[in-house]
Design a protein around this ligand. Structure first.
Ligand code: SF4
Length: 762
């Protein structure tokens, strides 16, 4: 009788140590922490050599977030990376290995009782492994046999739509393009990706209002901005090099307004470890006005600010950029009419921000026209995520702050190539023009009906048997909402396949047959028939540039992501495809030539990607040429979100600790927040704790009852924290079991992980 496999991280506590939250980010502690993680993962020489190549011209692109590199002339030759970039390198370039004896020793159920931290630190997977039906131990399999088996299962499906091809945001442009080509040639648009769970709300809102689903600013715009608003984002942990840009912007006179329920250290002050002056001083104070909004109080705050700005406009006629509004926008009158019916007291109440602070924000904005708004998951992962971004755009349009230097939209991507993957066609809702170009270029008829996004993919796997789930990277189970529900979905599959570098919980919650296909890491040399290859990625600002590995692969049994896709496509499609898949991966220039033929903006791809710093993709919003349905930038009217909470209800937001990148757990500390050696924590307002008769370090269980279904995540430590009343924060994936599969953002279907109603019980 096989033992129960646990889809959730084990409920064991590791022994919390608390301290005061830090007042300044980075500095020498960041250097010390970086070196500690490198030293624990590999010989220091290998580590320093790899760090020396990180984000350098001709070097390796950081597998962490998608914050852009400065212009090559301005890059630091010492260290063009942050602490979390160093941790990302330690994670993938580690010399620890998982070999067959590891899986002989540990069965699946035993592994599932290990923490995500332990699983991730077990090392790089060195060869392909299979978990046969009814077995409890993974065992080695030859690549040829693996491709044959997967192809057999795919071809045995009654419909291509019974296959789901998931993509995680580290996949390179070359691999992503081949992957979507294979899936569509196979006959499905089932191409959900991690963007569905993060910035999909940004894509939907920006495409409708500005004509492109990407941010409009360049890095240089930060240095010309008058006001930078940072909303629902914690760059100190999730995009740390952004702090250097904010520091530089401050020194050029910019004012920074931060909107976040939590006082995040990285937005308070920053010490650039490469600047002696910084290290010896208290660093650069960043935020001028910190607005600790209630969870999901952003729209109320933005409406309050715009309502007061409009009152000033009506009085002085010199607040709004009316020339810009008349020439470039539609919907202004309807927007102002709707805005005017709001009551400021109600907006103050719903936002949780005092009228005095709102007036301070107004005074910083009223005379400014070069405004940048940056945001991340704290804005996108709500039922009203799309509306949040539409209100951000409304504010920018009022001030004429789009399509000019020093101004615009800046959704900051959390995964190094998540934007590139979408540009390559990794999307369940491809446009007709793209499909027609695929047909013209490759001579097959791609499916026109849309596929499933992440949430819909989980539902079809949950409700229907025997799907084939294929994941290019990532940790689907732990990244997804409603962990127990998602686990059942994966266990319902006929086959689950993961292309991975490291072990994670998704390998343990599997279909009847499961395979792990280990790929080359980004830091490793990718040698193909025509020699060493480089790949390319696209950062948050739309720059496409190269990434070259330089380390000897950790095992001779690894294949590159493009090679894995090519072999599987060859095996599955065989004579039915005119594409010479294996030829394409002899030299990736051939793949880039095809991308150039299919996707606008990649003209002379192979030449331009080799130029210093790479090249910018076209961006209509950046150019002030708004390719919307109306041909103009669009003001929109949104509703005011309301949360009718009972007295013992709390609005929970899931967050990352400082030792975490998405679901990868680098360590058990959250240094900036003063939390050490524990991940099962719930950050609570002290008055709420008193009201709930809870004290620091009490152990509690968390419950969600959405749609009458009880979801529970047990054993969390209460941590008193500076957070608005009836708002709490927890880490994911530990709290993802509480995020309901059906609680998603309107239109974008992004799981609403940032506003989950929970109850807290001892
Ligand atoms: S800011 Fe992001 S991309 Fe840059 S080094 Fe840090 S983690 Fe990597």
């Amino acid at each position: 009788m096989s033992k129960k496999v646990n889809p959730q991280p084990p409920e064991e506590l590791t022994g919390i140590k608390s301290d005061k939250p830090k007042k300044v980010a980075a500095g020498i502690p960041a250097v010390v922490s970086s070196l500690k993680h490198i030293r624990e993962a590999m010989p220091i020489g290998r580590g320093l050599k790899t760090l020396g190549k990180l984000n350098q011209e001709g070097g390796v692109d950081c597998p962490g977030c998608a914050w852009p590199d400065p212009d090559p002339k301005e890059r630091s030759s010492i260290a063009e990376y942050c602490e979390n970039g160093a941790k990302a390198i330690a994670e993938e370039a580690t010399t620890k290995k998982i070999k067959p004896d590891f899986f002989k020793k540990y069965d699946i159920a035993t592994l599932s009782e290990k923490s995500d931290y332990w699983l991730g630190k077990s090392g790089r997977i060195t060869q392909p492994f299979i978990l046969k039906e009814g077995q409890n131990h993974y065992e080695p399999i030859e690549w040829e046999d693996a491709f044959t088996l997967i192809a057999k299962e795919l071809k045995a499906l009654s419909s291509p739509d019974d296959a789901i091809f998931y993509t995680s945001g580290r996949t390179s442009n070359e691999a992503a393009f081949l992957y979507q080509l294979f899936a569509r040639h196979f006959g499905t648009n089932n191409l959900p990706d991690c963007s569905n769970m993060c910035h999909e709300s940004s894509g939907v809102a920006l495409s409708q209002t500005l004509g492109i689903g990407k941010g409009s600013v360049k890095l240089e715009d930060f240095y010309a901005a008058e006001v930078i608003i940072v909303m629902g984002q914690n760059p100190g942990t999730n995009h740390p090099r952004m702090l250097s840009a904010l520091q530089k912007a401050k020194r050029k006179g910019a004012k920074i307004i931060t909107v976040n329920p939590i006082k995040e250290t990285g937005l308070l002050a920053f010490k650039n470890p490469q600047k002696v002056g910084d290290v010896l001083s208290s660093g650069t104070s960043l935020t001028d006005l910190y607005l600790q909004v209630k969870i999901n109080g952003d729209i109320a705050l933005l409406k309050a600010i715009m309502l007061l700005l409009n009152e000033k406009e009506q009085a002085t006629k010199d607040i709004f950029d009316k020339a810009f509004i008349e020439k470039n926008t539609v919907g202004y009158q309807a927007f102002i009419k709707d805005l005017s019916q709001y009551n400021i007291d109600e907006l103050v109440e719903e936002s949780g921000i005092s009228l005095a602070q709102i007036k301070e924000a107004v005074s910083l904005l009223e005379k400014s026209s070069k405004i940048i708004v940056c945001w991340a998951m704290g804005i996108t992962q709500h039922k009203n995520g799309v509306a949040n971004i539409k209100e951000i755009v409304n504010l920018l349009l009022l001030k004429g702050s789009v399509g000019k230097v020093g101004a615009g939209t800046c959704p900051v991507r959390g995964h190094s190539n998540v934007q590139g993957d979408r540009t390559m066609g990794i999307w369940e809702k491809p446009k007709e023009a793209f499909l027609a170009q695929l047909q013209a270029t490759f001579g097959f008829d791609p499916p026109r009906h849309h596929g499933v996004n992440v949430v819909d993919a989980i539902k079809v796997m949950h409700d229907q048997q025997d799907k084939v789930f294929f994941a290019m990277g990532g940790n689907f189970l732990s990244a997804a909402p409603d962990t127990e529900y998602t686990a059942k979905a994966l266990q319902n599959c006929r086959m689950t396949v993961h292309v991975s570098t490291k072990l994670n919980r998704s390998h343990l919650i599997h279909g009847k047959v499961a395979l792990i296909l280990p790929c080359l890491a980004r830091t490793e040399v990718d040698k193909q028939a025509n020699g060493k290859q480089f790949v390319s990625v696209e950062n948050s600002m739309g720059i496409v540039h190269t990434s070259r590995g330089h380390l000897k692969p950790i095992s001779k049994h690894l294949l590159s992501e493009p090679m894995i896709v090519a072999c599987l496509a060859q095996k599955t499609l065989g004579e039915a495809s005119k594409v010479d898949w294996l030829k394409l991966v002899e030299n990736y220039d051939a793949i880039r030539d095809l991308i150039e033929q299919v996707i606008p903006g990649f003209e002379n791809y192979n030449k331009r990607v080799r130029q210093t710093g790479g090249f910018y993709l076209p961006n209509c919003a950046r150019d002030g040429d708004f390719k919307t349905l109306s041909g103009k930038a669009e003001f929109t009217v949104t509703d005011l979100p309301k949360h009718s909470l009972e007295a013992d209800d709390f609005l929970m937001m899931t967050i990352r600790s400082h030792d975490q990148f998405n679901t990868t757990i680098y360590g058990l500390d959250d240094r900036y927040r003063g939390i050490y050696n524990e991940r099962r924590v719930v950050l609570m307002n002290q008055e709420d704790m008193k009201r709930m008769n809870l004290k620091s370090k009490d152990i509690v269980h968390l419950y969600n009852y959405f749609e009458g279904v009880e979801r529970v995540a047990r054993t969390f430590v209460v941590v008193p924290y500076d957070i608005p009343k009836q708002c709490v924060a927890t880490y994911f994936p530990e709290a993802n079991p509480l995020v309901p599969i059906n609680k998603v953002a309107d239109k974008s279907h992004t799981p609403a992980s940032k506003s989950v109603v929970i109850k807290i019980k001892k």
